[in-house]
Design a protein around this ligand. Structure first.
Ligand SMILES: [Ca+2]
Ligand SMILES: [Ca+2]
Ligand SMILES: [Ca+2]
Length: 198
């Protein structure tokens, strides 16, 4: 374990040497130092999506664009990579919470969750439960005080306790495939290598 790791946004950061490798990659790909939404979609091979899926990807982009200037700069990029590579489950769940809370009011309501599950179905194909069924199941399970809103606490506690739910949540934006795409350039690696950082 490294002993001189710095901290970015409360997470353990990637060591400087690795950061430099990412920096070179990033600057080679985006000489202006900024990645646009269009480039983000190109990187992930996500063109020609339907409207729902597109909105979902836009929102993913927005959660990474922390200063909300419409671009992802290197610091934001490395924070995203950091979350993918080193983020603990709880940090990832916090990120998912931010992603699901579409109106940013600090809680997830049924409509927001339903939207996410509908998108997941679009992206990943038919699931055993319909998005509606799944949404009510989730609220039944983890909306502890039954007020129709999931707080950050309810969301994190509930998801951590339920492996099935955790799986679905992780599927709604698959970090591992994102990382592979970033690492390998534009050809998705279908092989096994998972989170291998040199
Ligand atoms: Ca930005
Ligand atoms: Ca909300
Ligand atoms: Ca609640």
């Amino acid at each position: 374990m490294g002993n001189n790791e710095s901290t970015v946004g409360g997470q353990t950061a990637i060591p400087a040497k690795e950061t430099y490798v990412w920096y070179k990659k990033f600057m080679m790909e985006y000489p202006s130092g900024l990645q646009t939404l269009h480039e983000f979609k190109t990187l992930l091979g996500l063109q020609g999506l339907n409207q729902k899926a597109n909105q979902h990807v836009d929102q993913v982009y927005n959660t990474f664009d922390m200063n909300k200037d419409g671009f992802i700069d290197f610091l934001e990029f490395i924070a995203a990579v950091n979350l993918v590579v080193r983020g603990k489950m709880e940090q990832k769940l916090k990120w998912y919470f931010k992603l699901y809370d579409a109106d940013g009011n600090g809680s997830i309501d049924e409509k927001e969750l339903l939207n996410i599950f509908m998108t997941v179905q679009t992206l990943n194909g038919q699931q055993t439960l319909s998005p509606e069924e799944f949404t009510s199941l989730v609220f039944h399970k983890i909306d502890i005080n039954h007020d129709g809103e999931l707080t950050l606490e309810e969301f994190i506690d509930g998801t951590k306790k339920d492996q099935d739910l955790l799986k679905i949540v992780s599927k709604s934006f698959d970090f591992s495939s994102v990382l592979k795409l970033i690492r390998n350039g534009k050809q998705p690696d279908t092989g096994g290598g998972f989170l291998q950082i040199t």
